[in-house]
Design a protein around this ligand. Structure first.
Ligand code: MD3
Ligand code: FE
Length: 204
């Protein structure tokens, strides 16, 4: 049960269907400037099953050279599109953090995609929480503690859910076990989109 994780807050069904549809339309427009790319594992170059793009001043990328944040799309060299106002409003409502997010990572999961257990620790500012918004098919998500071997709990993330990871949960191991393909009609195609909002640099 999520209550067992201090700093982890789930707002089930926070976005209603019209708000989800409006957000999907904004993401489609942004994808024309910043198309999904396939990240690769550091060193090996093994492709991720999740495809990614970003919005905002900084975007998270991964390739043979490693993980990093950068201001431009790895394929087009263009700046990332801005984070939509509706998404900034969610950060303001849920983050409790007095500065805007710098990165909005957009993950696309086809029904066979998953994300292995990991920590988010590429950010210089770990005081800010991570805020996630789920759209489309339901995901089986798992979260543990700050050690890889800590007990793991699983729960489902559904379209419209907002998840906040702050405090003691900010460095928790987490991953996406599987996508329940066909559980949502939102995207008009099987799959799931997750937006992850993060502060990257320490405010000056
Ligand atoms: C729990 N994405 O992009 S978002 C990622 O659903 C990532 O696409 C997942 O993990 C997704 O790095 C999960 C929710 C999330 C984000 C950060 C967390 C959960 C977290 C940090 C600590 C614990
Ligand atoms: Fe993560």
């Amino acid at each position: 049960h999520p209550d067992a994780f201090p700093g982890l807050v789930v707002a089930p069904d926070h976005l209603d269907r019209p708000a989800q549809e409006a957000l999907v339309a904004e993401l489609r427009a942004a994808q024309k400037v910043a198309p999904f790319f396939t990240p690769e594992m550091p060193r090996t170059g093994k492709p991720f099953s999740v495809r990614m793009t970003n919005l905002g001043p900084l975007g998270w990328v991964s390739d043979r050279a490693g993980y990093r944040y950068q201001a431009t799309h790895p394929a087009t060299g263009k700046p990332w599109p801005p984070i939509p106002a509706s998404v900034l409003a969610i950060w303001e409502e849920f983050s409790g953090y007095p500065h805007p997010p710098e990165a909005c990572l957009v993950n696309f999961y086809s029904p066979d995609a998953k994300m292995g257990l990991h920590q988010d620790r590429d950010e210089a500012d770990l005081d800010a929480p991570v805020v996630s918004i789920s759209l489309g098919d339901t995901a089986k998500f798992r979260v543990g503690g700050t050690a890889r071997t800590d007990p793991i709990r699983s729960f489902e993330l559904r379209s419209g859910d907002v998840l906040v990871l702050g405090g003691a949960s900010r460095l928790a191991f987490h991953g996406v076990d599987r996508i329940l393909g066909g559980t949502s009609t939102l995207l008009g195609t099987p799959g799931r989109i997750n937006l992850t909002l993060r502060r990257v640099t320490k405010p000056g």
